[in-house]
Design a protein around this ligand. Structure first.
Ligand code: SF4
Length: 355
């Protein structure tokens, strides 16, 4: 099979954590000492599988997500990265992100990761309040997180922080404080996620008194008003030029290979789009309509919206889009974007927008 040589980003899933957090429904298991050799062998065989399918495709970004990728021994990281470089045409300025949790990576290990290739560190800070960290089931303290941010900044790499807001009893004032802390640390990128209660998590079994919808909406608006960074996706904020290229490609409907257990991917092969399912090497074709719907769902999450190409217009309820100018805006670049007001009810809008 030949490929049109469309660039494909690569996502590697690392499904191990020190312990499970109380809110977490991601695919990961509490296992601080997994069989890393077995893991690396499985991952490198998937890398080689996809290079045989796609050829020496260009790779603009590589993202190690999890789980807790920073638990990985640096030798394992090096083995996987070496395989990717030998199988694909990794771009010289490739963005190589490692997700990390404070307390799992000291300054020497971080320096080693950076020497091998990491140039962007995404840190699971979640909160800078020790009581809240304990409540969330995190195993680190606020000062562990600040130390990791400090160490990463010294490595001269790009640094992002993940935060969770909307905890039980939290107020808009608390959220404004989080924003002020992020501003004073000087992070150039951060993700702020609303706490959602998932079934089959410890939080799912507790009767938590969550902030109501109006409070959540007020918190969301407060973030936009108080954070110095600009929102470029529903939950992501960055200084100019600091957005995550890997995730932006996904939201733009670009191609990416998912490697490792449960990793999702969108493969472009022989002029057809495929969805990866389950264990990384199984995939199924997507129809043009399915792809177009995906582009709407992900594109509208970003500030530059979705391009109104023919396939997108075919599955879109255009009369509805035109009927809510306070929620949806048509741009001169032939795109449809969501307004600040619309973003607060994005799920409702999308349900009505897709035919
Ligand atoms: S560290 Fe992340 S992936 Fe692991 S259990 Fe906690 S939230 Fe889930």
């Amino acid at each position: 099979m030949s490929n049109m040589n469309k660039p494909h980003n690569i996502y590697i899933h690392v499904p191990f954590c020190m312990s499970k957090c109380n809110y977490c429904a991601f695919f990961s298991s509490a296992c601080a000492n997994p069989d890393w050799d077995k893991y690396a062998t499985k991952i490198t065989s998937e890398v080689s599988y996809w290079s045989k399918k796609l050829g020496k495709t260009s790779v603009p970004t590589i993202f190690f997500g999890g789980g807790t990728p920073s638990l990985m021994p640096t030798k394992v990281f090096e083995r996987i990265l070496t395989e990717i470089y030998s199988c694909f045409d990794v771009q010289p300025d490739a963005e190589i992100t490692l997700e990390s949790n404070p307390g799992t990576i000291d300054s020497q290990k971080l320096a080693d990761f950076c020497t091998i290739g990491v140039n962007r560190l995404s840190i699971g800070v979640q909160s800078l309040n020790d009581d809240k960290l304990r409540f969330l089931g995190r195993k680190h303290t606020a000062s562990d997180a600040l130390n990791l941010i400090h160490n990463a900044t010294k490595q001269n790499i790009r640094v992002s922080g993940d935060f969770i807001y909307g905890l039980p009893d939290e107020t808009t004032h608390d959220v404004i404080n989080i924003c002020k802390q992020i501003n004073s640390i000087g992070l150039q990128h951060c993700s702020l996620y609303e706490l959602t209660i998932e079934e089959n998590t410890p939080f799912g079994k507790m009767k938590l008194c969550m902030p109501d919808n109006q409070t959540m909406a007020d918190m969301y608006v407060a973030i936009q008003e108080n954070l110095k960074l600009s929102r470029y996706e529903v939950s992501n904020y960055a200084a100019p030029g600091q957005y995550c290229r890997h995730n932006q490609n996904i939201w733009d409907g670009g191609a990416y290979i998912g490697i490792g257990p449960t990793a999702a991917g969108r493969i472009f092969l022989d002029n057809t789009w495929y969805e990866q399912i389950g264990d990384g090497v199984r995939f199924a074709a997507l129809s043009d309509d399915e792809r177009a719907v995906e582009k709407i769902l992900t594109g509208l999450r970003t500030v530059h919206g979705v391009e109104l190409t023919d396939d997108v217009k075919k599955v879109m309820n255009l009369p509805f889009a035109k009927s809510v100018p306070d929620m949806l805006r048509f741009t001169e670049q032939n795109r449809l974007t969501v307004t600040d007001q619309g973003i607060l009810v994005l799920d409702d809008i999308v349900t009505k927008l897709v035919k």
